[in-house]
Design a protein around this ligand. Structure first.
Ligand code: GRG
Length: 291
């Protein structure tokens, strides 16, 4: 079995274990059901795979980093649920099925996101290695997910809805919305392995390159991707008059930048002594992803 598939299967099992199906008698069961609906329904698992891979690259036992990997996927899933709600993007489809609020209603979707966000920190703090690493991992996740990271990026997005945007502001938005959580994913893998500061910095450079390329590819797929493969509607940025790299720079330049940022990620791996093949191929694969 290839490594990415092995990692994804282990992540799937660990997520299922962290959030088991509620019993029909459970009075709080509905929120657990709504959380499971979005968390266990697929998704590429890019962020948790990165956590396990960086742990391994830094000489740790990758499956020991599963609490961190699950935590970052829980934060990511909460952000998707909230982002899809009518008060934000009002999307109908996600991960190939109706969005959480279309199934459970707005109030329950809000709670499902809240439940996943808080469960993420409970899960990260359950890391069973060095207790200091558990704290450091949880702190990094909080910093990257919060108002100076992903929430801040979403704030720029909401404020600029429909308006003209500079490339600098777009970059600041994507550093928050997309790069920050990918940074947490890579950094938490290093922390789980007890890596040195220099490796954390190199992981941050990898995350920046991969995250920017990932967002550019997302913008490209919104224009020329297939809704069926993506599991969500396409053309949404244009329909909402939202600026992105393609609208500001054109398709060709956006594709050139995907290459440039991917190479930045690959170069950052030089800071690690171990076998870098998996993380190099992972970055190259995401640069040409179709979903
Ligand atoms: C609501 C606080 C808050 C933040 C929302 C994640 C997000 C921020 C918005 C979703 C829209 C978007 C384009 C975000 C950029 C990051 C991104 C490309 C998310 C989609 O991630 P994938 O492709 O999704 O990894 P899957 O479903 O495969 O996990």
């Amino acid at each position: 079995m290839d490594k990415a598939r092995f990692y994804r299967e282990e992540i799937g099992k660990a997520l299922e274990g962290a959030l088991p199906a509620p019993s029909p008698q459970d009075p709080q069961g509905l929120v657990a059901e709504a959380m499971r609906y979005s968390l266990l329904c697929g998704g590429k698992r890019v962020r948790p795979v990165l956590t396990l891979a960086f742990c391994e690259l830094c000489g740790g036992e990758p499956l020991g980093a599963l609490p961190f990997a699950c935590a970052v996927e829980m934060v990511h899933t909460y952000s998707l649920i909230h982002d899809d709600m009518p008060c934000m993007d009002d999307d109908a489809m996600r991960r190939g099925r109706p969005t959480n609020h279309r199934v459970y209603g707005e109030a329950m979707a809000l709670l499902a996101g809240d439940g996943l966000l808080t469960m993420a920190f409970e899960t990260a703090l359950g890391f069973s290695g060095d207790p200091q690493a558990a704290l450091d991992g949880a702190r990094l996740l909080a910093q990257c997910a919060g108002a100076k990271g992903m929430v801040g990026g979403q704030c720029i997005d909401l404020q600029s809805d429909g308006g003209k945007m500079s490339v600098e502001l777009l970059q600041a938005m994507d550093k928050g919305k997309t790069v920050a959580l990918i940074h947490a994913a890579c950094g938490m893998g290093c922390i789980a392995a007890g890596a040195q500061e220099g490796q954390l910095l190199a992981a941050g450079r990898y995350a920046h390159g991969l995250g920017m390329a990932f967002q550019l590819r997302d913008d490209i797929l919104d224009v020329e991707g297939s809704a069926e493969k993506l599991g969500k509607e396409t053309g949404m940025d244009a329909a909402r008059s939202k600026q992105n790299y393609v609208s500001l720079l054109g398709l060709e330049e956006a594709k050139r930048l995907v290459e440039r940022y991917t190479q930045e990620a690959v170069r950052a791996l030089e800071g690690f002594p171990g076998d870098k093949g998996f993380l190099r191929d992972f970055a190259l694969g995401l640069a040409s992803r179709e979903n």
